[in-house]
Design a protein around this ligand. Structure first.
Ligand SMILES: Cc1ncc(COP(=O)(O)O)c(C=O)c1O
Length: 393
């Protein structure tokens, strides 16, 4: 299979993460156009959903316009609404949080742990136990698998099940990652909770330009989400609506692209992990630099390779490093600014359960270029530019 990666949206020489096409996407687009299946229903959507569910060993899947739409649908079918609290990882992108607010519910942020950078299970357990005793349980928990690494789902599932609180896994960044239970059971990240979501935006593990997927083993939830994603039209010939829906269905054109991309998912995981391994070889003895660890329960998809730069080495924070690399044609990005520090949520008076681990990650973290199409020469250039700056050679 010949592969080509487009220049991507960035004009920088080495961008952070760009779409990686296989060369076969045009055939899928032509097939959809020549058969006139270019709307939001069609055989490609059906097959993409079936193939995705099969690949991840989950019962059902629903293709959506975006990962954000999939989170919105997940929370809606769980019955989240005004007056509810939803616990959510603070170390994430705002798309994990906004759908909670779309539904009139209140996000409560939970801190990360150093081992994985994901939600700290002990903290979640404590908070659920406290709320359970006080009769103030949240309507759901949104657990994020950040940068491609699964959260520690065994204790998280145990804590949530004790109080019958449903879990939505935000696996937008973690398609292809695997979670291993202490008994050795391997499951795709995003398939352990009540519902899981994925994103296919241009930077992700695979792409449909824009798009997402909602998955679950609970058929009734996917059936309801499917109806809501089509403006909640009742199954009658005249247009009848008994609840408020959304226009969240994926186009048949994009689903064709998704099917082609899904076929190379294993390869994309391998390529991203190779990018990480190469950086590690080139940078592991660099003073003051550490990588996001791969936790014992996780096969990390390494969507992005992220490093922490100790304040002793970088002084004023990672921004000077980012600017230096930018001047050398290399795009890097600060790690996610924690949600409890976002002005928009601070203004709403939202609360958080601790937050200092996420704060420390933000103050010292940087994401390196991680496209699956990166060449060895490019990785070497990033590593040597970074080393030179850190050592002031
Ligand atoms: C953690 C996380 N959640 C949700 C999303 C939302 O996905 P989308 O951009 O497809 O709406 C993204 C990516 O954009 C993300 O990184």
């Amino acid at each position: 299979m010949t592969e080509s990666s487009g220049p991507g949206p960035s004009r920088l020489l080495i961008p952070l993460s760009v779409p990686h096409l296989t060369g076969h996407e045009t055939e899928a687009l032509e097939r959809a156009v020549s058969t006139n299946w270019i709307a939001s229903v069609g055989p490609e959507v059906d097959q993409f959903e079936e193939e995705f569910a099969e690949k991840l060993s989950v019962s059902r899947a629903l293709a959506t316009t975006s990962g954000t739409a999939a989170i919105h649908l997940a929370l809606r079918v769980l019955g989240v609404g005004p007056g509810d609290d939803v616990l959510v990882s603070t170390f994430t992108f705002c798309a994990s949080v906004n759908p909670i607010l779309y539904l009139g519910a209140t996000p409560v942020f939970v801190d990360a742990e150093e081992r994985s950078w994901n939600m700290e299970p002990a903290l979640l357990e404590e908070e659920l136990d406290r709320r359970g005793r006080e009769g103030r349980l949240p309507a759901a928990v949104v657990v994020v698998h950040i940068y491609g690494q699964p959260a520690d789902m065994t204790p998280i599932l145990r804590a949530c099940r004790r109080w019958s609180v449903p879990i939505v896994e935000d696996a937008a960044e973690a398609l292809g990652a695997e979670h291993r239970s202490p008994e050795g059971t391997r499951q795709a990240a995003g398939t352990l909770g009540d519902l899981g979501i994925f994103s296919f935006d241009g930077s992700k593990m695979i792409t449909t330009s824009m798009g997402g997927m909602l998955v679950s083993d609970r058929s009734e939830l996917i059936d309801h989400a499917r109806k809501l994603a089509r403006q909640a039209r009742e199954p009658v010939a005249h247009y009848q609506h008994e609840e408020i829906g959304y226009n969240y269905r994926m186009s048949n054109l994009l689903a064709g692209v998704g099917r082609v991309q899904l076929r190379v998912l294993d390869r994309r995981v391998e390529q991203r992990r190779n990018v990480f391994n190469r950086y590690r070889t080139l940078l592991e003895d660099t003073m003051g630099l550490t990588f996001q660890p791969e936790a014992p329960w996780s096969m990390h998809a390494r969507w992005l390779t992220c490093v922490l730069l100790s304040p002793e080495v970088i002084g004023g924070g990672p921004e000077a490093v980012r600017m230096h690399l930018h001047e050398h044609g290399i795009e890097t990005r600060p790690v996610w600014k924690p949600m409890h520090r976002q002005p928009v949520y601070e203004r709403l008076g939202l609360t958080s359960v601790r937050g200092d681990v996420a704060d420390r990650l933000y103050e010292t973290g940087l994401c390196l270029p991680s496209s699956s199409s990166l060449t060895d020469e490019e990785i070497t250039r990033v590593a040597s530019t970074l080393r030179t700056f850190l050592h002031h050679d």
